[in-house]
Design a protein around this ligand. Structure first.
Ligand code: GLN
Length: 481
């Protein structure tokens, strides 16, 4: 039996009934990584010896009834794991080992999960292709000449290539859902505040959320229920009760109302993607859902609004990397010989060497839009537009249970194809609005394009209505089998 082909639920049954051990399961994944990751480059850090030791300990302690007992998981490289390299795939954090665990890591370990390693990402989660990583690009498991998406491309490719059972990613503007869609896996962004961000290295604090990338919807529901819940260490985390999502999953959606926003079927979207989404909407109608065209009128401003808000927050969050407290320090740089103060020279030399081009672009953009002369014209206006986008959703959810759209306008593009940053930014046109509004959203498989590249369908729901969203996704998944 190839253990790397099973779902978390299947593996859990085998482990808890003693048919296989946590060690065997972990070993199967580590072996798979050794063979496959040479071509995919999904992982940036693994420690097989330590990982196997943890699994062996779990087998010995016999605590195999924990929710995630013995289930190996891959972690995006922007989530802090105590004493393990955590670099956000950036040179500026090279050598950094956090002195503490993120809350999600504590929760995983408390529930018996085994950490497999850290996965590749766009530098500081800036990107949609994994091409801005200091470790080089990750390859799409369906076509190695193409990107896996981003920024959680390493996590999506690890699950898509069966080098991981499941993985954690983070989603600021689509970074879980977009790569999930491009790698044929399930990717879920929870409601803002549902999952603690403590120990997630911040990109844009008002948008970031950690979430699962999995083989199927049921596994996503299980991982979400483990990760969710109030955390006193994160002041934005919510006290909302956490349902046992996986137990409450149902294929029954009769009578639910689905809104389909016209604005998400604009020009420029791949015709096969459009066709597949229409086909699935037809299937849902047959199952008894009410499907209706509707409007989210401020959608067209989402990208512009996001590219003011996200870089503004990023420029502030990244100010802390100055060569003093974290990772890289470069003492000097010949080009800076006219700068008299040696401390300023060190700051400048470190930041010049440590950050890549996209990170620098975002910090420039963000610092500009927050500067006193431009704050009102840019940041403040973007914050107002964000409220309008959120209000569109609030209005819509008075009438609809779920909103359905494509996850991305196109399937995986070729490595190196998008040289213009604006073209890259458009990859997230359908995922960004959910982050601006703070609502949950999931991407599940919607089939493939003519040349067999995966495409995804996105389901969004109102604040904390993950169960409705999961149920719809669960049915869509079943209908595609
Ligand atoms: N691709 C988007 C960006 O570059 C979203 C990234 C993310 O969700 N982390 O900002």
């Amino acid at each position: 039996m190839d253990l790397t082909r099973l779902t978390a639920f299947q593996l859990r049954d085998l482990i808890s009934s003693g048919k296989i051990t946590a060690k065997e399961t972990t070993k199967a994944y580590l072996d798979k990584i050794t063979v496959t990751d040479k071509n995919i480059n999904a992982y940036v850090f693994i420690d097989p010896e330590k990982t196997l030791k943890k699994a062996t300990e779990l087998d010995k302690k016999g605590n195999l009834n924990l929710k995630l007992a013995g289930l190996p998981i891959a972690i995006k490289d922007n989530i802090c794991v105590k004493d393990e390299p955590t670099t956000c795939s950036s040179n500026i954090l090279s050598g950094f080992k956090p002195p503490y665990d993120a809350t999600v890591i504590e929760l995983l370990e408390k529930n018996g999960a085994i950490l497999l390693g850290k996965t590749n990402m766009d530098e500081f989660a800036f990107g949609s292709s994994c091409e801005t990583s200091c470790y080089g690009v990750t390859k799409n498991p369906y076509d190695a000449t193409r990107v896996p998406g981003g920024s959680s491309g390493g996590s999506a490719a690890a699950v898509g290539s069966e080098e991981a059972l499941w993985a954690l990613g983070s989603d600021t503007g689509g970074s879980i859902r977009q790569p999930a869609s491009l790698c044929n896996v399930v990717g879920l962004k929870p409601t803002y505040g549902r999952v603690s961000r403590y120990g997630l290295i911040a990109f844009a604090s008002s948008l970031d959320q950690i979430g699962p990338l999995t083989r199927d919807v049921k596994d996503a529901a299980l991982l979400l229920e483990v990760l969710s819940g109030f955390d006193p260490k994160d002041s934005t985390s919510s006290e909302e009760t956490v349902p046992e999502f996986s137990k409450k999953l149902t294929h029954e959606i009769k009578g639910i109302k689905i809104g389909v926003p016209e604005e998400y079927f604009s020009e420029g979207i791949d015709s096969k993607i459009k066709e597949r989404i229409e086909f699935i909407l037809g299937q849902l109608k047959k199952e008894g859902a009410k499907v209706e065209r509707m409007n989210l009128p401020h959608t067209e401003y989402a990208i512009s609004c996001y590219y003011i808000i996200a870089p503004s927050e990023a420029s502030s969050n990244l100010a802390r990397y100055d060569g003093v407290q974290y990772g890289l320090r470069v003492a000097d740089n010949q080009l800076l010989k006219n700068v008299k103060n040696p401390m300023i020279r060190m700051y400048l030399a470190t930041r010049s060497a440590g950050f890549g081009a996209e990170a620098k672009r975002r910090m420039l953009l963000g610092t500009y839009s927050l500067s006193s002369g431009y704050y009102e014209a840019y940041y403040l206006r973007a914050a107002k537009v964000r409220t309008l986008i959120k209000n569109d959703f609030q209005e819509a959810f008075k009438k609809y249970d779920c909103i359905i759209s494509p996850t991305t306008p196109a399937a995986a593009f070729r490595i190196g194809e998008k040289t213009d940053p604006l073209q890259m930014y458009l990859s997230d046109i359908f995922t960004i609005p959910a982050n601006l509004a703070g609502i949950p959203a999931i991407s599940v498989s919607a089939g493939t394009t003519q040349n067999n590249l995966p495409i995804g369908i996105q389901i969004m729901a109102d604040f904390f209505q993950e169960q409705k969203m999961l149920n719809t996704a669960y049915l869509i998944e079943k209908l595609q089998k």
